[in-house]
Structures are given as C-alpha cells and as structure tokens.
Design a protein around this ligand. Structure first.
Ligand SMILES: Cc1c2[nH]c(c1CCC(=O)O)Cc1[nH]c(c(CCC(=O)O)c1C)Cc1[nH]c(c(CCC(=O)O)c1C)Cc1[nH]c(c(C)c1CCC(=O)O)C2
Length: 341
C-alpha cells in the first residue's frame, strides 16, 4: 500500500474497501448488538479495535482503516450528535456566525482521546504487512452535516450560507481546516501511516464553489499535515467531482486520489493517473450483486489501472446487504492478479 502510494507498481495492486468494517459482517452485527449505540462503539477502543480487525481476519486486506466516523469531529467541537436507527446521523444545526459560538475547541482532543487510543492499539494489533489508515471528513462534507443537521438531498441550507455569506461560512470552514489538520496529525502521531480525507458531498458544488470550498480547504489541510509529517501520504476522495477531478488533482496537493464509481477508468488512466496514484472504483452494488458481472467489472478496473500506481477499492462504501462471500471472491481475484483462472 505504501509502495503504491509513493508511485511503485508491484505484480498486483494493494486493496482495501471503504466501509470494510460494518453491518454486512455478522460478527460486526453481533458485537454492535452487545455494545449499544454506534457512537459508543466508536468511542470504545476495545470495540473499535475489534471491529477494525474483523475484515482483516476474513480477507487479509493490505490496509486497515480506523473504525470511527467522520462526525466525531463536530461532536468533539460540542455539537450534539446522535445516530438514529434507520435514519442516519442527526445534529443540532449551526446556520449562522452566531451559532458558531456554540462550538468550542477547548475539549477537542480530550473528547477524541478514545480515537487516538484506538489508533495506538491498532498500530501494534494489525499484521506487519498491513498499512494503518487514519481518516477525517473534509471540511465541506463536515459542514454539510453540521449546517443541514442530517443527510440531505439538496444541501440548500449549507449552499445558501456558503454562497450568500462566504465570509461567515468561511469562519466555520477555517475552524474545520484547523481542527481537521490537527486531528489527522494526532492520528499520525498515534500510528496512522496514511490518512484519507472523505469529501462525500464534493459533487454537489458548481466549479467555482468547488474550487473555493473543496480544493482550497483540502490544500490548506495537506500543507498543515506536510509541515508536521512530510512523509505521510494523504489520499483525497472528492466523491462526485466529475470533470473537476482534474483540477482537484493538480490543485489540492493530495498524494493520491479516490475515484468514485462514475469516473470512467480509461479517462482516469489518461488524465489523473499520469499525475498521481489513483484508488477505486468498483461500484459497491456490483460487489453486492456478485457473479460474472462482479468479475468482469473488477477485471476491467485492474486491466486499465493496475499497470501504474493504483490501489484497488470501491467507488463508495460497502453496502449492508453485501454477501460476505462476494468480498472473499473479490479478494481472491485481486490477490491472484494477473494470473486468473
Ligand atoms: C458521510 C460519511 C459518514 N461516515 C463516513 C462518511 C464518508 C464516507 C461516505 O460517504 O460514506 C465515513 C466512515 N464511516 C464509518 C467508517 C469506518 C471505517 C470503514 O470501515 O470504512 C468511515 C470511514 C463507519 C460507519 N458509519 C456508520 C456506520 C453504520 C453504523 C451502524 O449502524 O452500525 C458505520 C459502520 C453510520 C453513518 N455515518 C455517516 C452516515 C451518513 C451514516 C449512516 C448511514 C448508515 O446507516 O449506513 C456519515
């Protein structure tokens, strides 16, 4: 994984899967039923370590991703957060400069200490050949949840604030840039070897706003991380960026880029992979569907991207209804690459 991210090509590419830990695994559901809420699990290092290790035991991925959630950052800033069963996350929305007064950095690291403890334990608990990935949400995506107070179809509140009062919204984004860089650096100091920035809602912005609220904040975070940890690779995942992927790759400073499911791999090979390692982008529903379609789709990605620096992954997270055997088949296919059949 580290070799691929620094530009090396080996006989087969490394792989891991976004949301490789989670509800598609019976052992996850069993622990989750005992542990209480999802957030309790994130803040309990015993549980978070165990859940991180579960997919590695089955599939021996080349990387482990810290088990946590992107929304622990607003939570640690003092914004109330709950995950309601079947409804996703709910936060008390912040929608004005006045609302920002309810946030505070004072207890930020103290509240995130269980996450750092999980990373410290994982760095000795995972196998030596497995790379430990830390992560955070990128500022735009975190702001989406903080301002909407939940997932959304239109993102109208956050966009209206960003477009209508860029200085006020910029104050929230500045805060998120600083705490996110600091959070990722502390994960690195605890043992994370790579960090990924999830910008799940990057794709809802027009190009100029994308530059301002996706590329620029990402660039500032990368600069802050590089000042403290120049050798740690940063993967950016601007989901849905479309044609703006190119500008993201040249302008954000990330070391590698995650491709969402809709990016044509031949286009990515010519326009992005010529500049930096790429990661992706099997459709998670293809993994859930399985069979011939899965084998063909995975093979096409490998044939197109595996000859240059590449990390195999999905184009978004594993979905809950994915049969675990399909993940086993995919893992075999990648590990046997390029000697199929
Ligand atoms: C947007 C976002 C979130 N969280 C995350 C993102 C960015 C990636 C993406 O776009 O999916 C990132 C995330 N969430 C989780 C991880 C753990 C590491 C991994 O295995 O990838 C990571 C990296 C665990 C999780 N995060 C969540 C679960 C399910 C919790 C449970 O009920 O057990 C897990 C395993 C919950 C979550 N967390 C979030 C939502 C919208 C939801 C609810 C949706 C759902 O119920 O599936 C916010």
């Amino acid at each position: 994984m580290l070799a691929a991210l620094t530009g090396e090509v080996r006989s087969r590419p490394p792989f891991w899967l976004m949301r490789q830990a989670g509800r598609y695994l019976p052992e996850y559901r069993e622990l989750r039923a005992k542990a209480g809420s999802f957030l309790d699990m994130c803040y309990n290092p015993d549980h978070a370590v165990e859940v991180t290790l579960q997919p590695l035991r089955r599939y021996d991925m080349d990387a482990a991703i810290l088990f946590s959630d992107i929304l622990v950052v607003p939570h640690a800033l003092g914004q109330p957060l709950a995950f309601l069963e079947g409804e996703g996350p709910k936060l008390d929305p912040v929608r004005s400069v006045d609302d920002l007064k309810r946030l505070s950095r004072d207890r930020f690291h103290e509240r995130l200490e269980p996450v750092y403890e999980t990373v410290r334990r994982l760095s000795s608990a995972i196998p030596a050949h497995t790379t430990l990935i830390g992560f955070a949400g990128a500022p735009w995506t975190i702001a989406c949840y903080m301002v909407e107070g939940a997932g959304s179809k239109e993102y109208a509140h956050v966009k209206r604030w960003a477009y209508g009062d860029p200085a006020g919204f910029g104050a929230l984004m500045d805060l998120l840039v600083e705490v996110t860089a600091d959070y990722l650096c502390t994960q690195i100091e605890a043992g994370a070897e790579v960090v990924q920035l999830f910008d799940s809602w990057a794709g809802v912005l027009p190009a100029g706003e994308f530059r301002r609220w996706v590329i620029e904040p990402t660039r500032r975070i990368v600069d802050l991380i590089k000042a403290r940890h120049p050798a740690i690779p940063v993967i950016g995942f601007p989901r849905g960026a479309g044609l703006s992927y190119e500008e993201y790759v040249t302008g954000s400073g990330v070391d590698a880029v995650g491709l969402d499911t809709t990016v044509p791999v031949a286009w990515a090979a010519g326009n992005l992979q010529s500049r930096l390692p790429v990661q992706g982008n099997l459709d998670p529903i293809m993994l859930a569907a399985g069979g011939e379609a899965l084998r063909n789709a995975a093979s096409e990605i490998l044939e197109t991207l595996a000859g240059r620096p590449f990390v195999f992954n999905l184009g978004h997270g594993v979905i809950q209804t994915t049969p675990p055997e399909h993940v086993a088949e995919l893992a075999r296919l990648i590990k046997d690459w390029p000697n199929r059949g």
